[in-house]
Design a protein around this ligand. Structure first.
Ligand SMILES: [Fe+2]
Length: 209
């Protein structure tokens, strides 16, 4: 019995180093997925603008890409990865990720912005809301129990490096059940290139499953 080794010492994973480019490309990735416009049906609040955009550019247009490096498994193991959100808007709403709360809700997450600019939009299920700006060099610490989503408010891809516990899991349905997050990140009136936060008129409050 050791304080510093698991019962089976063969479970001690091998350390790895990866190289992360400003494009979000990561060497040594062992997981990746893409989300297309077609995957995001119901996520944007302006349904007509969403349908028009799908018709114009196609449902297979990439909205965001995630690359992951997983080392080891079990309690305490981390996921290191990159998220790259393409620039764009659906109606007045800026390009975004689906967003989620961790299934194991106490689990926190770090997002370190390496390129582009945007907002980390966060809600708690009991009505708190935060939007923190991201630009290269900014790291956002998302504590446990916060629903979170990245929004690209700039003209370039928004690239962040994230890290969270492998046992966190993702619950996307919490946002769907609520009619979206409590705030929308939309183009600013009379302020070219700017954004503003507005209440989401379709948000009905969060509920547990
Ligand atoms: Fe997360």
């Amino acid at each position: 019995m050791s304080l510093y080794l698991p019962a089976d010492p063969d479970q001690v994973a091998t350390p790895t180093a990866v190289v992360i480019a400003a494009t979000g490309a990561m060497t040594g990735r062992n997981g990746e997925y893409d989300k297309t416009l077609g995957d995001l049906a119901g996520v944007y609040q302006d349904e007509a603008a969403y349908r028009a955009e799908v018709a114009a550019v196609g449902g297979d247009t990439l909205v965001y890409r995630v690359e992951e490096n997983r080392v080891g498994s079990g309690p305490g193991a981390l996921v290191l990865g990159t998220s790259t959100v393409a620039p764009g808007r659906i109606g007045r709403e800026f390009a975004l990720t689906r967003g989620h709360i961790h299934r194991n809700a106490s689990r926190a997450e770090i997002y370190h912005c390496v390129a582009g600019r945007g907002v980390m939009l966060m809600d708690t299920v009991d009505g708190r809301s935060q939007a923190l700006e991201m630009s290269p060099g900014v790291a956002v610490h998302v504590p446990g129990y916060w629903i979170h989503r990245s929004v690209n408010t700039g003209p370039e891809p928004l690239v962040t490096v994230f890290c969270y516990d492998q046992d966190a899991g993702q619950d996307y349905a919490v946002i769907e059940r609520a009619g979206g997050m409590s705030q929308l990140v939309v183009v600013a009136d009379g302020q070219p290139g700017g954004y503003q936060l507005v209440p989401n008129p379709n948000h009905s409050g969060y509920s547990e499953r």
